[in-house]
Design a protein around this ligand. Structure first.
Ligand SMILES: Nc1ncnc2c1ncn2[C@@H]1O[C@H](COP(=O)(O)OP(=O)(O)OP(=O)(O)O)[C@@H](O)[C@H]1O
Ligand SMILES: [Mg+2]
Length: 403
């Protein structure tokens, strides 16, 4: 299980996350979304432990793979070793074993330690590590002649693929990938999509490639003004759900304001008259109906438009008609909600509206339990193995964040 509890993160006066709690369930593949600068990379660094949040705690699985953004960190290492380093425990055992073997004299303690290390290496599939790493590299189109070369000799796109192989190496229980498709050609993207469809751990992927997210993810953890809300489905499902919920809340607010205006009109006309009982009851009704400003949301800008030009595929692929084969990717907002979905989300929104207001400017948070289910949206996109029979909205973020 990978989860964060009550995490707060600020840079100076800029609040990125306030009291955020989210659990990422094994077997689900999450897209981590949000506008540029909303804190996606920062959140991923908190998940991996590279950054400490000011407040809160993180629970991580023993083995997790990370796609590192620093392309130069492994320049001094062989490509094949860089991949094996993805299994930190195995790599440490291999290095220590080599150091002991390099000694001219081995003590009894060294012998004992070697025995332990061989045990660790065996447990971690160390004896097939090179061939396992080679399979991953071949899948990512890094042929054998490159495996012995130093990372410093590799081109940018090749480095990213090696680093991806590193993240995938050693059967990690969770995979954390920040922009994995950057610099990948189409063939490698398709290989990665296939790999991730078969991956049974927890995946969290940040990507500006909406087609990639729609194809690969089963859930979307969306960063929206200091909080994170988890939706079922890919990127498009998330945008649709947000749009539905937002428009429902806005229309409910508009109806309430109209009703308040009518009541105030009555109060103004009869306040000084004999109908004091009715005026008093209408005053109470006005207090009860008083609208709250809707929380800020990035729904108006779910993503800043981002053009991503991919390098051409090395060979033309049979899947060239799939959405992911587009050389240029553009984000846009989703189409309007369907009426049946809007009805469902309206009833959810009514529940959410009934909650006490919260001063925190954030999006309405969906209660962790019980899960509210929206009607299913049609499955689409190639190779989607997602459970789309029900698009339930669920989050473990704090309740009552409706402002
Ligand atoms: N070390 C730092 N010191 C101060 N501010 C930082 C630091 N790192 C990130 N920030 C700020 O925190 C915010 C979130 O940054 P982050 O890189 O996590 O966003 P992001 O969602 O990954 O953006 P993008 O979509 O551009 O990759 C940004 O406003 C950024 O300028
Ligand atoms: Mg980022």
């Amino acid at each position: 299980m990978l989860s964060v509890s009550n995490v707060t993160m600020r840079y100076g006066s800029k609040v990125l996350f306030e009291d955020v709690s989210v659990s990422f369930v094994p077997g689900r593949r999450y897209g981590l979304t949000g506008p540029n600068g909303s804190g996606k990379t920062t959140f991923m660094k908190i998940l991996t432990g590279e950054l400490d949040a000011q407040k809160g705690s993180v629970v991580r699985p023993r083995k997790f793979g990370v796609l590192r953004q620093d392309q130069f960190a492994f320049d001094a290492y062989r490509v094949i070793d860089t991949v094996i380093m993805g299994n930190r425990g195995l790599w440490a055992a291999l290095e220590e074993r080599n150091r002991i073997y390099d000694k001219s004299d081995l003590s009894d303690a060294d012998g004992m330690r070697l025995g332990e290390l061989e045990g660790t290496i065996g447990d971690e599939d160390g004896y097939t590590a090179e061939s396992d790493a080679a399979v991953l590299l071949d899948g990512l189109d890094i042929p054998e002649e490159f495996h012995e070369r130093k990372m410093g000799e590799m081109q940018g796109g090749q480095k990213v693929r090696v680093l991806l192989a590193q993240a995938l190496f050693g059967k990690p229980e969770a995979l954390l990938l920040d922009e994995p498709t950057n610099y990948l050609d189409l063939e490698s993207i398709h290989w990665l999509q296939d790999f991730l469809h078969g991956y049974d751990g927890t995946l969290i992927a940040i990507s500006h490639d909406r087609h990639f997210l729609n194809s690969v993810t089963t859930h979307t953890a969306d960063i929206d003004y200091e909080t994170i809300i988890v939706y079922t489905g890919g990127y498009d499902d998330m945008v649709m759900a947000k749009t539905q919920i937002r428009s429902t809340l806005e229309s409910q607010n508009a109806q309430r304001e109209k009703k308040i205006a009518q009541l105030n009109d009555f109060i103004a006309r009869f306040a000084a008259g004999t109908r004091s009982t009715q005026v008093t009851s209408r005053r109470k009704e006005v207090e009860r109906l008083q609208t709250n400003d809707l929380a800020r949301s990035n729904i108006a800008r779910p993503y800043i438009r981002f053009d991503q030009t991919r390098p051409a595929a090395s060979t033309s692929s049979s899947s060239s008609t799939s959405p992911s084969s587009m050389a240029t990717t553009r984000f846009s907002t989703a189409s309007p909600p369907t009426s049946s979905a809007a009805k469902e989300s309206a009833s959810w929104a009514a529940t959410a509206q009934a909650k006490p207001p919260c001063s925190r400017a954030s999006w309405p948070t969906i209660p962790a339990s019980p899960t509210k289910t929206l009607p299913s949206t049609p499955a689409r996109s190639s190779g989607a193995t997602k459970p789309r029979s029900a698009t339930s909205l669920r989050t473990s973020a704090q309740p009552s964040s409706l402002a």
